[in-house]
Design a protein around this ligand. Sequence first.
Ligand SMILES: Nc1ncnc2c1ncn2[C@@H]1O[C@H](COP(=O)(O)OP(=O)(O)OP(=O)(O)O)[C@@H](O)[C@H]1O
Length: 495
Amino acid sequence: MAEQREMKEKNPWHSAVVILITVLGITAIVALVTTAVLQNKPLLQKYKYGIVLDAGSSHTAVYIYEWPAEKENDTGRVHQKHICKVLGPGISSYSHSPELAGESLRTCMKQAERFVPIRRHRETPLYLGATAGMRLLSMENQNVCDQVLGSVEKVLRSTPFSYQGARIISGQEEGAFGWITINYLDDRLKQGSGTTGALDLGGASTQITFATNQEGMGESAENTVTFRLYGNDYILYTHSFLCYGKDQALKKTLAQQAQVGNSSVLDPCFNEGYSVDRNYSSVYSSPCIMAGKPLETGYSFTHIGKGDASQCQQAIRRIFTNPGCNFSRCSFNGVYQPPIQGPFGAFSAFYFVMNFLNLTSDSLEGTREKMERYCSTPWHQIKQQHPGVKEKYLAEYCFSGNYILSLLTDGYKFTSETWSTITFIKKISGSDAGWTLGYMLNLTNMIPAEAPDSPPLPHAGYVTLLLFISLVIFVIFLFSVKSLWPRCTTQTQII
Ligand SMILES: Nc1ncnc2c1ncn2[C@@H]1O[C@H](COP(=O)(O)OP(=O)(O)OP(=O)(O)O)[C@@H](O)[C@H]1O
């Protein structure tokens, strides 16, 4: 007591200093916590947009993509905001009235104006990529093909968006950008982990693309695409088979069966009881059909279903030619293909068909069995079982399922073992699997060649660490000034 009194007398300010330090310390902590909380509060997110039109052989679809304006180079951040399916056929079907090709896009483009905020319209890039239908039209008639492209260009230029061009993309681009899309959406590119191969089945062409090691790729330069993405080098094998999309393959198979020139064609790829009259010209008019319409036949024939999956596969096998392989190994039609390296994602018609047939998770043997059963089911029963399904698709599922089986096994050489590496997919993280997203990411330079430098700590981690260190310093400080605190003793003093 005497000591304390003595101390107080020596330093009359000491309790005032301690109080001041404590108040300042508490104020500092409150300020730090407030800063940390405010700093971590999410900012009002601003978005950017991009629009890509997929002008396919069977139809056109308008994809609207959205991504946060701040982090354009972060993988997995662009997502599909909306898809509008254009009514009517693909633009290549407007060869008799090209001006209608552009008109067909107007409704979806109006929708796009509503989905993209008005303040972003002018800066939103707009692309149109045409695929196999237009590739075929350009082979048939370049002049009409240009007119169709001119017609869609006119309409797209009249929209408020930043029009970047309408062009026919190559089969190689279609394959490679499909591969980029699925690996970007899976977040595999930034991680630099193993990638997924892409199998795309369209109406008029089909693409196979997968990463492979360099060995043997020198064999065929036209099947090689290289990318440097996020600091990783990729060597891709890619091939697009024009005329081997689902619709053209069906025409090829039917044309080959109709070559005999009878008034009716008994087709194992259609269910028993199916019967439709068809014009020869509807089958033989495609540039994919080399043979001409059989001579000395009528105008039309009756297409009759026989419903036999094994015979159907035999008929399909005949559309894969075998002119000999000039490489170490080939898929079909003499096209080079290195050993397949999975896993694979199979999309577009691969998914539509296998999903309908409930075959997305079956073994190869199980798939064959189910196809036998499906094809041998009478047509009237199929129609009864699936009243809501478009009749054209329904009639073709026996052919389509067998075509997929044959393309993957006889064509691409998948086996019972490698079959299980295929996943049939429609969407990944809400965005459709297809070439459009990869195309836009490439044209807008949204995937950098080198991995961007990132701070050692994320923002929230940095603020938390700062707060923690400050608290530790403050506690140490309090302990070090403890000696200045007035000592209170509870011991009763015996005088
Ligand atoms: N639900 C469905 N069931 C069966 N087939 C379908 C279904 N939806 C679409 N298809 C068909 O699947 C095929 C592929 O469609 P997709 O839109 O991917 O091709 P595309 O872009 O028109 O063709 P390409 O890429 O060859 O130009 C087309 O023949 C289309 O008619």
